[in-house]
Design a protein around this ligand. Structure first.
Ligand code: GCU
Length: 397
């Protein structure tokens, strides 16, 4: 028994060592790399206008991400049905209305229900923008009784700022677990995807769930559906970016510390790598992605191109200074490297060449960024920055 315990402890330590120490955290060792051409088509033509981008290059890059990274994003189903299952017009001491909406989607006689939780402010009495959180931290972070006020989903602050806040548990569409992720839309609605090397997996499913929440927002009269802000932290941030790319109804895409395979450049070899992520979380990605483990240079895309696919809509990238695993600098570099596509639309973002100081938010045309002090998390401070950016972008100050 004792020896068994010792073996377990040793294995655990080895794992922790491999995770924390074996990654590169040394700026001088990021090496040199060449990012794939963003504005040259597969047959070598230079893209110089947003029309050319939208007609030729954007679809090409989108397909590369589908085929090699996140998998397809199916949009077909037979029916969608919305039902308000709980409502309280006097929530938060009267300043908000709470709603739970059961969104039932049917395909080939099978169904899946996404439960959307949302608070909307009672004042002003006009449709408001909404922050939609792709939530992988469970329902406890979105306590509808508001006994537990979790900074991850600071509903009171968001309501006070005149925004609605909504969220759903990713487990409704794809449990965040290697053995169970199929037990949602993948088995029930889109089983064919599971047979494909470029098929949808968990991250795509979470984005799909958010798209169904947006289907509801378009019907909910308390929401201004032209002002939808998608938010995700870490793995949720990766899904938020993929959603922002796939669903043009998202006005602002927020990625909070999404790191590798999110906002950070994959080729930079700093913090988490494609090798680590596809080993620990293979079920997040299309199976094809694994071939780029320790082989990032062969990827036909890098993550700046993902951000570029969101143009001309707005993108906000948040980092935390101690969250080196998610490579704050690599996230800033990707954001900056996405600029040329925004420029095609006449948006001169002009981000500074160096990442801003810790806790110094920058808000430039259609792009924002901050690098908060502290660790990996999504906190009320981060939310204050998201709201400042949204106020600015929607001209609400
Ligand atoms: C792990 C994983 C990251 C992910 C993070 C999270 O650390 O390696 O890629 O972003 O979990 O979701 O918190």
């Amino acid at each position: 028994m004792k020896i068994y315990k010792q073996i377990c402890v040793t294995l655990l330590l080895l794992f922790v060592f491999q995770t924390l120490v074996a990654q590169n955290y040394d700026e001088s060792k990021t090496g040199s790399y060449h990012l794939p051409e963003m504005l040259v088509t597969s047959d070598g033509k230079k893209i110089t206008s947003f029309e050319g981008w939208e007609r030729i290059r954007r679809p090409e890059i989108l397909k590369l991400f589908e085929d090699h990274v996140y998998g397809q994003f199916p949009r077909d189903f037979d029916n969608i049905d919305f039902k308000i299952t709980r409502q309280d017009k006097n929530a938060m001491g009267g300043k908000a209305t709470f709603k739970e909406v059961a969104i039932k989607v049917t395909r080939n006689q099978n169904e899946v229900t996404v439960n959307l939780l949302m608070f909307t402010p009672n004042e002003p009495k006009e449709p408001v923008p909404v922050f939609l959180v792709i939530n992988h931290r469970g329902l406890k972070t979105m306590d509808i009784t508001r006994q537990n006020k979790d900074g991850f989903w600071p509903a009171e602050e968001v309501i006070d700022a005149g925004y609605a806040i909504a969220g759903f548990d990713v487990a409704d569409v794809a449990p965040d677990n290697n053995d169970h992720f199929t037990e949602g839309i993948l088995e029930k609605l889109y089983p064919g995807q599971l047979k494909m090397d470029n098929g949808m997996r968990a991250l795509g499913a979470w984005g799909w769930g958010a798209s169904r929440a947006i289907d509801w927002f378009e019907k909910d009269e308390s929401i201004d559906a032209a002002k939808i802000i998608s938010v995700g932290h870490s793995r949720g941030g990766k899904a938020s970016l993929w959603l922002g790319v796939q669903d043009k109804r998202v006005a602002i895409t927020v990625s909070n510390e999404s790191g590798n395979s999110g906002a950070a450049l994959s080729r930079r070899n700093f913090g988490e790598t494609v090798e680590r992520i596809t080993q620990s979380f293979p079920y997040w990605f299309a199976p094809n992605y694994r071939q780029y483990a320790n082989n990032e240079d062969k990827l036909p895309v890098d993550q700046h191109m993902l951000i570029a696919l969101i143009a001309p809509r707005a993108v906000y990238v948040a980092s935390a200074a101690e969250d080196l695993w998610a490579d704050p600098k690599g996230q800033y570099m990707a954001l900056k490297a996405a600029q040329p596509v925004f420029e095609l639309y006449g948006i001169n973002t002009n981000l500074p060449s160096e990442m801003p100081e810790v806790n110094q938010q920058i808000i430039h045309p259609h792009m924002g960024f901050h690098n908060r002090e502290g660790k990996h998390n999504m906190t009320p401070y981060d939310w204050q920055q998201f709201m400042k950016f949204a106020d600015h972008y929607f001209h609400r100050q």
